[in-house]
Design a protein around this ligand. Structure first.
Ligand code: ZN
Length: 248
């Protein structure tokens, strides 16, 4: 049996037996972990409070060989989100990000970039809840990018020419982007304005991105949301769960 310590973001919990919980979290040094927290529901204790979804904790856990579930032994709250639990939109947004992290991250595989990106997104929304929509778009684009599903945004997958000018790009069924000439109008047209937003995510933090794009027209927001939704659904081969909608 080995003992580990890591920073971790609680994503989801399930009740187990009378007093226990199964906890899923994204940890900095071990990636996605599933573990049992014994007796955390018995009293209104600090152990239980630290396991509320989306809390950032310092986690100490035991791991036994060949066992999928680890055992949580100690936790310490680094950042709680208690002040946001009454904000239904934020909670739906957090659950949505949590679900995607569980869908996309392989268990027990540390990914420091993914961890830092996810944490920055949860923190940006905690700081400015009204930026939720833009932070979710940022999160989706970066999740796809870090997991290797985001098409190359710079050049046509067919001819290799850099995307320039005002022509729309086209997303093919293989999730690659092509220029107007190569696509011959097949696939999903992506207006230049949406391409611009995608490129902007590459350069900024989630908070800065949200600040930069706050005034972007509804049509562009809608197009971008539909595009990320389409790519995610294609990768998962189903629709993502509980995605908050902002624009009808
Ligand atoms: Zn081309």
């Amino acid at each position: 049996m080995s003992l580990f310590e890591t920073e971790a973001l609680i994503l989801r919990t399930y009740n187990l037996a009378e007093a226990d919980k199964i906890v899923v979290c994204l940890s900095r040094s071990a990636g996605l972990i599933r573990g049992v927290a014994k007796n955390c529901r018995k009293l209104k204790n600090r152990f239980g409070a630290s396991l509320e979804p989306f809390t950032l904790i310092n986690l100490t856990y035991f791991e036994k060989e060949n066992q999928e579930l680890v055992s949580f032994s100690q936790t310490e709250i680094l950042r709680s989100r208690f002040n946001l639990t009454s904000d239904a939109a934020v909670m739906t947004g957090f659950s949505y990000m949590g679900d995607l992290l569980m869908d996309f991250s392989p268990p027990r595989q540390a990914n420091d970039k993914l961890y830092r990106m996810a944490l920055a997104c949860f923190d940006a929304v905690s700081q400015t809840p009204s930026d939720l929509e833009w932070v979710l778009r940022y999160f989706e684009v970066w999740l796809l990018k870090l997991e290797g599903f985001l098409p190359d945004l710079r050049a046509c997958a067919n001819c290799g020419n850099t995307f320039a000018g005002e022509d729309p790009l086209y997303l093919g069924p293989d999730l690659s982007l092509r220029c107007l000439k190569c696509a011959q109008a097949r696939g999903r047209a992506i207006p230049k304005s949406v391409h611009q937003q995608l490129r902007t995510t590459e350069k900024l933090s989630p908070a800065k991105f949200a600040e930069e794009v706050r005034e972007v027209p509804v049509a562009t927001r809608k197009e971008l949301a539909q595009l990320t939704y389409q790519i995610i659904s294609r990768v998962l081969e189903r629709m993502p769960r509980a995605r908050p909608t902002f624009v009808q």
